[in-house]
Design a protein around this ligand. Structure first.
Ligand SMILES: [Zn+2]
Length: 281
């Protein structure tokens, strides 16, 4: 497991007291743009794919595509599966070459969450692949998974989950939400601080739309991986729509070039804050 990229970037983040950005990508352009952003800053990166994206491309084709994008990047680029509720799909990504998988059985009772996560953890670890787990439900919509109300899990329950499931990173329910925030979210900074003192790296989900100040506080308390998804999708789609409506020459390559720049910009702004290079977007 010492060569595992996911563990390496998290260890590096812990040593530097920063967070590694985990960017949801859904095609070659977004993977390439995120890598370019990280390269320009000289920071490591996690590229994550939703279960839906894996199903769309097929695990082996998707892996080959992202793996090609990270060749000669000069930084560590780790490939991660985000929120997976299918044991079968999680194992398929382990077999296809993913560096890590996140299994999300947070909607199940604690015992079942532990048992299901542990099954994939054992399978993954035997093949040198790392695993992230979730406890307490992070509200909002993340592709095909949605939850209306966050279910809290405190420090003791979270530690029981970590020990029982053997995960390498933990996504606790701290009050962040997937999608776009309506108003300022109330976050459980105390829980991040308590978990930040433990050995298992803390993952912050629902990063899109939080202020730079909030990110900096969460990272200071121990957040070591920060996920961004919605802002990447919005940069991609909003720029595409603007171009289509702009009356500019209707040609794919110039459009793609501008979409690439828009995605790269939004990712770069966030990575700069996560890695402590800037204190505002
Ligand atoms: Zn999430």
């Amino acid at each position: 497991m010492t060569d595992n990229r996911f563990l390496k970037v998290l260890k590096d983040a812990e040593e530097k007291k920063i967070a590694v950005g985990a960017v949801n990508i859904f095609n070659y352009l977004t993977a390439d743009a995120a890598i370019q952003a990280a390269k320009e800053l000289g920071v490591n990166l996690i590229l994550q794919t939703s279960a839906g994206t894996v199903e769309h491309f097929g695990a082996e084709k998707l892996y080959a595509m992202i793996d090609a994008a990270r060749k000669d990047a000069g930084i560590i680029v780790s490939i991660h599966l985000d929120h997976c509720r299918s044991i079968e799909l999680g194992k398929a990504c382990v077999d296809a070459g993913w560096d890590s998988v996140m299994m999300d059985f947070s909607h199940l009772p604690l015992e079942e969450n532990i048992a299901n996560t542990k099954e994939v953890a054992d399978y993954a670890h035997a093949k040198g692949v790392a695993i992230e787990g979730e406890i307490g439900i992070i509200s909002g919509v993340e592709e095909e998974i949605s939850a209306s109300d966050e279910v809290k899990a405190g420090y003791d329950e979270t530690m029981t989950f970590i020990k029982g499931s053997d995960v390498d990173a933990i996504a606790p329910a701290i009050g962040t939400a997937h999608g776009v925030y309506h108003g300022v979210p109330k976050l459980d900074f105390d829980l991040v601080e308590q978990l930040g003192k433990e050995d298992t790296p803390v993952v912050i989900h629902g990063g899109s739309g939080l202020s730079a100040e909030t990110f900096i506080k969460l990272i200071k308390l121990g957040g070591r991986k920060v996920n961004i998804s919605t802002i990447v999708k919005n940069a991609y789609l909003d720029t595409t729509r603007e171009l289509v409506e702009s009356g500019e020459k209707y040609a794919p390559i110039p459009f793609d070039t501008k979409v690439f720049e828009a995605v790269k910009d939004v990712v770069k702004k966030h990575l700069a804050v996560f890695s402590g290079l800037k204190d505002e977007f």
